[in-house]
Design a protein around this ligand. Structure first.
Ligand code: XIL
Length: 317
């Protein structure tokens, strides 16, 4: 783990895992997740999201997020916390309420005060705002943006900084792993916050990549340097590299190169602090549920043997 602070894996509380019926695999899964020394960090894949943490306005529920947070603490792993303000997996009430700017501001503040205060001092980092951008670098038309414009981003970071001053505050998004319009948009968010005097510490590159069409090492390095040169830290926060199933020797070899490139780029650029894979065990990956015909995106197969890409990661570290 050369220059990195951590190499980690996100994980889910059993009730939230993508695939049910795998209870028999849990003991082996848990041994790798918490006891093997493979991972120095974790992120709860679902439990801290608005849908779970404030399912009704003013009614907070930390149960799901706490399952992972407390295991992380017991195992001595860094905890990345995810995600405070996001248009997806929102509690339904957030989208069904008729907001004025003032009432939505108050709801965002109350949400962050509830959730970030609960985990105060325990999160290495918070993904404060997740996926605010379209592919062309303009702002996504979420309920937050519709009512408040970019002010919602400022409000979220300002509130998170006040509530948990020691957590690193991140902007997190996908398709930031190569230079381009979206990466420029994310840089714009960092600059906009800085200009307003608001604390922002990092940019999270989700890194949901594709084996058959992966970026080069140099593209990843350029993208990461682009953020690091603004003086923020960078992390690969949700790394998985899906392939067209079934897995073959050929696409697994592409996947190995892809993992080696992206992890290698993080290792090589000063300011890239860590890598998180989005779970480690293929049956618990979100990929097949969202990208039809694709899967095998992680490092451990269904039978707990490892992908060639595991070696690619080891080589990169
Ligand atoms: C995914 C989870 O892995 C799934 O279990 C859930 O059903 C949907 O969300 N970007 C993010 C993550 O920031 O929170 C998403 O996680 C994947 C895309």
């Amino acid at each position: 783990q050369a220059g990195l602070k951590y190499f980690g894996a996100a994980t889910d509380s059993p009730g939230q895992r993508e695939r049910a019926g795998y209870e028999a695999a849990y003991s082996q899964y848990d041994a790798i997740m918490w006891k093997s020394g493979e991972f120095g960090q974790t992120t709860p894949t679902n439990g801290q999201k608005w849908l779970f943490s404030e399912p009704q306005q003013g009614v907070f529920n930390y149960t799901e997020g706490e399952i992972i947070a407390s295991k992380a603490q017991k195992a001595g792993l860094y905890l990345r916390c995810h995600a405070l303000v996001w248009h997806s997996q929102l509690a339904p009430w957030v989208e069904s309420t008729t907001w004025t700017p003032a009432t939505l501001r108050a709801a965002i503040i109350a949400h962050i005060e509830g959730v970030a205060k609960h985990w105060k001092g325990r999160c290495y980092a918070w993904d404060v705002v997740n996926e605010a951008l379209n592919e062309d670098g303009t702002y996504r038309d979420s309920v937050f943006y519709k009512v408040l414009g970019e002010e919602y981003i400022k409000l979220a970071f300002k509130t998170a900084a006040r509530v948990d001053p020691h957590a690193k505050l991140y902007y997190n998004d996908y398709n930031l792993e190569s230079p381009g319009a979206k990466a420029d948009g994310a840089k714009g968010i960092v600059k906009m916050l800085r200009k307003a005097g608001i604390k922002v510490d990092g940019v999270g590159l989700q890194a949901h990549l594709i084996a058959e069409s992966h970026p080069t090492l140099d593209e990843h390095i350029a993208a990461i340097k682009g953020f690091a040169s603004l003086g923020v830290e960078v992390a690969l926060t949700e790394l998985d590299i899906r392939l067209q199933t079934p897995a073959t020797a050929a696409n697994l070899a592409l996947q190995k190169t892809a993992y080696k490139n992206v992890v290698g780029a993080c290792v090589q650029v000063k300011g890239c602090v860590g890598v998180t894979i989005w779970d480690f065990y293929d049956p618990f990956s979100w990929v097949p549920y969202v990208f039809s015909g694709q899967g095998a995106a992680l490092l451990w197969n269904e039978d707990f043997s490892t992908h060639p890409a595991y070696v690619g990661v080891v080589e990169a570290l």
